[in-house]
Design a protein around this ligand. Sequence first.
Ligand code: UDX
Ligand code: UDX
Length: 469
Amino acid sequence: MKFKKNILCIGAGYVGGPTMAMIASKCPDYRVTVVDINPERINAWNSHDLPVYEPGLDKIIKKTRGKNLFFSNNIEKAITENDIIFVSVHTPTKTFGEGAGKAPDLQYWEKTARQILENSKSSKIVIEKSTLPVKTAAAMEKILAPAKGKIKFEVLSNPEFLAEGTAIKDLENPDRVLIGSRDTKNGLKARQELVNIYSRWVPKEKIITTNIWSSELSKLVSNAFLAQRVSSINSISALCEKTEADVSEVAKAVGMDSRIGSKFLQAGIGFGGSCFKKDILHLAYLCEYYGLPEVAAYWESVVKMNEYQQQRFITNILGSMFNTLAGKRICVFGFAFKANTGDTRESPATYITRKLLAEQALVTISDPKALKNAALDLADIDENVKYEEDPYKAVAGCHAIAILTDWNIYRNLDFRKIYKSMIKPAFLFDGRNIVDHAKCFKIGFNVYPIGKPAMSHFKTTQKANSNSR
Ligand code: UDX
Ligand code: UDX
């Protein structure tokens, strides 16, 4: 079959894979190829066991793979054959040299740009899908400038706003699609090519076009604002615990103000995931670079509050369990950084589990999708860790439960059965406020939610509050 357009994506990760699957599904007349330097990733994309767990992804891959969606290792050939190239390689935080711990590591990005230059025999549109510091497109244009003869490159910015766990839903029905370009004849023409792709399924009014720098910056700012809301409500959860206010009630009251809105006000053990921390640190670094240290400090405080929230959770466990965890078995419910994903990158569970192990606790981890990644993350220190998918088996013989991920299955477990199988006094630390605290307290648990009064059988002054869920 002859395809109308040939589209390539370099980087077959959490963003590149699902995004290209959606484009292939919505544009059956386009040929979509996804390449990656990691052959195992590509093999997994070509197998039944996809490298990324996302609700709905299997179905869409089944529909398109081998028809107009292809996964390959041959990056050079793919660059030569395609005219529209998305780049979705990762941009982690630098671990070395100038800006270590803050600045983005752009080496993969630059290598990819050079690879595009070397293997191009015709003009191409290169699209930044990865989240990048504002002005990266200028560097990209410089790298691509020495192209031979009539070959021209047009760089666009088209950041991805999908969230893990809801990636397919977000891609199918996005709040907006953002496309940034140069305001030149060729820039606008390239932009239109991309608008044509998205307008196959996204309403025109949701496709917004901006200058390229606004587009690059908007992605960093969107993530920073979302993370800031989580840190804001978490900071208030600490105050709630001191004042007998209930953070869920406060969040509801505050969020019903339509100027504020109700989303991203769920207090917990802090945000995780590959983006929030990295993007805020990159934003702060940019501010410092441009001589704005006050602005940098403002955004850095969002990350500091997140670290404080995780530390607070551990301090609370330790204090409540008589200041010693040595030899006690703690069952961790959920290791993924959020529900409906197997991803554990920057998961608060990693930090919390490591702290529990440092206190010489014995840890059993249960998670429906993330056990494989959990074992990789803890490989260096997991001699006192057990992995067990079944929550009932995992919790038997434990002193305490720590709920670290908001998986739905944990909301409606048979906590009576669980309580019976545990060592007494049994403790329940609900790091996501997802279970019925009053009910668990009545069963016999000592219950410690986030941002709500603790319900402990040791104190006569604190009683179960039936409205405290
Ligand atoms: C990444 C970035 O982290 C995010 O900021 C950006 O918005 C989109 O790309 P994600 O898809 O979650 O997000 O990253 P990851 O799952 O690590 O995928 C990146 C892929 O690029 C990996 O499979 C990696 O092997 C591949 N890669 C990396 C290349 O193909 N070439 C390289 O030179 C480097
Ligand atoms: C985020 C952005 O939402 C997405 O637009 C961007 O493209 C990538 O980064 P993601 O990291 O996949 O997506 O998940 P998100 O739903 O934003 O959650 C991030 C973290 O915040 C999770 O650890 C989650 O548990 C936490 N969170 C979220 C809260 O603690 N409370 C909330 O109210 C919302």
